[in-house]
Design a protein around this ligand. Sequence first.
Ligand code: PMP
Length: 466
Amino acid sequence: MDTLTETWPRNEAPRTTADWQAADRAHHLHSFTDPAVIRDKGSRIITGAEGCHVIESDGRRILDGMAGLWCVNVGYGRPELADAAHAQMTALPYYNNHFQSATPSMIALAEVLAELTPDGINHFTFANSGSEANEVIIRLARYYWQLKGQPHKRTIISRTLAYHGSTVATSSLGGMPLMHDNDGGVLPQITHIEHPHWYVNGGDLTPAQYGLKAAQALEARILELGADTVAAFIAEPIQGAGGVIVPPETYWPEIQRICKTYDVLLIADEVICGFGRTGSWFGSQTIGIEPDFMPMAKGLSSGYIPVAAVGVHDRIFDVIERGGLWPHGYTYSGHPVACAVALANIAIIKRENLVARVRDDIGPYFQSRLEDLAQSHPLVGERRGVGLMAALQLVRNKATREVCTPEDNAAIFCRETCYDKGLIARAVGQSMVMSPPLTITRNEINDMVAILTRALDATAQKLGYI
Ligand code: PMP
């Protein structure tokens, strides 16, 4: 008999998986999902979670190698975060930051973030998602140049395969062709340069040479457009949803030089890299850059509640401070409950030394286990990653760096096989991607690698490699 699953509200009768799937099919439009899959196969109903595992409606435990959507940094099942929400909701469930108001948890969160972010980032504005945070930045960057008497500096340069959100403006800001094709193309005053992935784009250049070349594409684009029209360059320190793309070491110093030379603001999208994922509090610290804006979300609350923030450098704030009323705000900017949960989440990351753990212990272990797999497996051409984010590039030929094609369907097959065997990993293009909670243990990493190896074997067999 099908397992019965609790409902919400709890006083309703329990339902089976099939009941949930039927109601889901009848009424729910899923994100990033082909509705035909829901119609034909039904959705996977997740009813609980604990540590690094999620629990399906039939009671099966699955190792969550993606920490939800790269966000559950402290792992599942932390009563402290629920307690923080409860206490704040009891004391003050809502007030806002418009018209001269503020609440203690939003002030305290801004104060803590100023301590953790790179020098010079000392003011924060809040939002409810990474997309909303990037929307604010588009407005703020253009507003800044307007106040500086350069209203033509409006174009934002981004990168192919970037991900910056799903709203009208941020889907254009991202560099995912699928998202542009569905929406009539890219908005004006947004343009993209190549993503710095040496393995695929580097040809005969060394990684160092290619890193410079990829960065200099920014200079070329600025010169082509005219520096007096370019407001900002946006990039994830390490591209996440595009496939964990770690640029060669020469890339970021050159990008920083170019931004300074042409007076182009640098936006470091920390939505994935922030809060310990790369072994520093922020990816900008790992790669050594000084951004003007830092959007952050996900790990800010470990996904327990929607909240996002934008760090603003003093040099920007000093101008905005003199500009008069800033006509922007969301009803839930700096929601007191979300900020209280974020504070409690940051307190856990600090107390359990999770950032140092990723840098010195579990991150290197994770990367070295995957590197061994990459070295030994015929289907894997490259392991790339930093801290607790990594990708394995699936290839047809290791020697020539010929990657699998979409027709091979290798990554999707491998992802589905992983799921069947009890691991959530992601297929991005022709790569397998992982980004587990920062609390993951060595044993759980061993489990991950064991399942992944079996799934890669099955994929290689299907492709006729072994
Ligand atoms: N920026 C980056 C780097 C992201 O990875 C994401 C989400 N995956 C976003 C922005 C958008 O965040 P949200 O889904 O919270 O709107």
